[in-house]
Design a protein around this ligand. Structure first.
Ligand code: EPS
Length: 393
């Protein structure tokens, strides 16, 4: 499978085309909209999210709720567009309009954003041409794509859930979800303002976000994605670009503002001996091969082990700050203090939703690479057969 997205943050719409989905998969706008709504939420979001009500329109590839096997095109309109038609219109400027009179041009790059280097790269002196696309607004349609991937995974008995494990040093007690299924975790997460499984930590996170907002600052954190019901042997050890952990890491780092990724024990592995890191192999009639622990996060040798995949990503604090940082005006080369009109003070909860969806896409994609997949019933039968085979191996 593959997909592309198009769209600017204040343009008319965000668009995506997904190619390679099997036929006969049930997809509804209602399900996708539920995930889009979760992405818009989470404590710490700014005023833009009050303007937008993200809803998807399925404009091709689906008939009467089922995929046809043809490309699936999804559209989410930007409600803010109506305020930006003169600034962001696609048509050439009328002859009597002086380009310098266009409002909201940007010559002052925000530190930590794509503004300055993106302007250099594409030759834009109005840095709005960069930020409109580098904006995390684009993650809207990536969630829509991932929501479709989740519908596919659900048919294959694979569930996926994300939660926030840390914000500005406040850590959730993740032992609270030991033994819980992905669905049970989801129910807790969806009821929490920070999408966190630990209510005590969540209350502190809310306070920290409110403080950051008051101070004109921003804060980051860590999100965790859990993939349950994974068949063993997905991915490969034979070549660098077929390793599942490498693909998942790339997906995580493709999210705006994500700077690091870890699996299972993650960086803690540097502090432990081998005997305290690797997971012992056990077998039972009922479950086949499992591991006594899951410290490697469900991956060995670039392949799924069949244990839950556990992957975490770290998000830096959003660089659009109310609190001014030092920068340089590219027209005058004069130093100035950058400041902005509106921003999220913390988008970690929202980003956990994005993480869930980009990981879902990657898992669905690697499964479709490995199994024949024109029609969903055929794919399901193959996965069932593969599960039986690995169990008795
Ligand atoms: C963003 C800046 C803000 C955020 C935006 C990401 O938008 P605006 O410039 O319109 O105030 O709200 O996030 C979204 C629009 C979204 O849908 O998540 C940025 O510069 O990355």
């Amino acid at each position: 499978m593959r997909y592309l997205t198009a769209g600017e943050s204040h343009g008319p719409q965000l668009t995506t085309i997904i190619e390679g989905l099997p036929s006969l998969l049930l997809i509804t706008a209602e399900k996708i909209n539920h995930d889009l709504k979760r992405r818009q939420g989470g404590h710490g979001r700014g005023r833009r999210m009050q303007i937008e009500t993200d809803t998807v329109e399925i404009v091709s590839g689906v008939r009467h709720g089922q995929t046809l096997g043809s490309p699936v095109a999804l559209v989410v309109t930007n409600d803010d567009w109506k305020h930006w038609t003169k600034i962001m219109g696609a048509e050439p400027l009328a002859e009597d309009v002086n380009p310098e009179d266009i409002k909201r041009q940007i010559s002052r790059p925000r530190p930590g954003h794509a503004d300055l280097v993106g302007g250099m790269k594409y030759g834009h002196r109005d840095l709005r041409n960069v930020l409109e696309r580098s904006s995390a607004r684009e993650t809207t349609v990536r969630v829509a794509v991932g929501s479709v991937a989740k519908a596919l995974l659900n048919e294959l008995g694979i569930s996926i859930v994300a939660h926030v494990t840390e914000i500005v040093g406040i850590k959730a007690d993740t032992s609270l979800i030991e033994g819980k299924t992905a669905d049970e975790i989801r129910a807790i997460v969806e009821a929490d303002p920070c999408y966190c499984v630990d209510p005590e930590a969540s209350a502190k996170m809310v306070e920290a976000i409110d403080e950051a907002k008051k101070a004109g600052d921003s804060i980051g954190g860590v999100v965790e994605v859990i993939v349950e019901g994974m068949p063993a042997g997905i991915g490969s050890y034979v070549h660098y670009d077929r390793k599942l952990d490498a693909k998942l890491a790339a997906a995580m780092l493709s999210i705006n503002a994500f700077k690091g990724v870890e699996f299972g024990l993650g960086f803690e592995m540097a502090r432990r001996k081998g005997s305290e890191v690797h997971d012992e192999i056990v077998w039972s009639e009922e479950e086949g091969y499992t591991r006594a622990t899951n410290r490697l996060g469900g991956l060995e040798g670039g392949m799924s082990t069949g244990m839950p995949i556990v992957v975490r990503g770290v998000m830096k604090p959003i660089p659009t700050l109310y609190k001014p940082l030092q920068s340089v005006d590219i027209e005058t080369k004069e130093p100035f203090k950058a400041s902005v009109e509106r921003s999220d003070s913390c988008a970690v909860p929202a980003a956990s939703v994005v993480a869930e969806h980009v990981i879902a896409w990657e898992i669905a994609n690697v499964i479709l690479e490995q199994f024949h997949s024109d029609q969903l019933p055929q794919l399901k039968a193959q996965i069932d057969e593969h599960r039986q085979y690995t169990k008795g191996f």
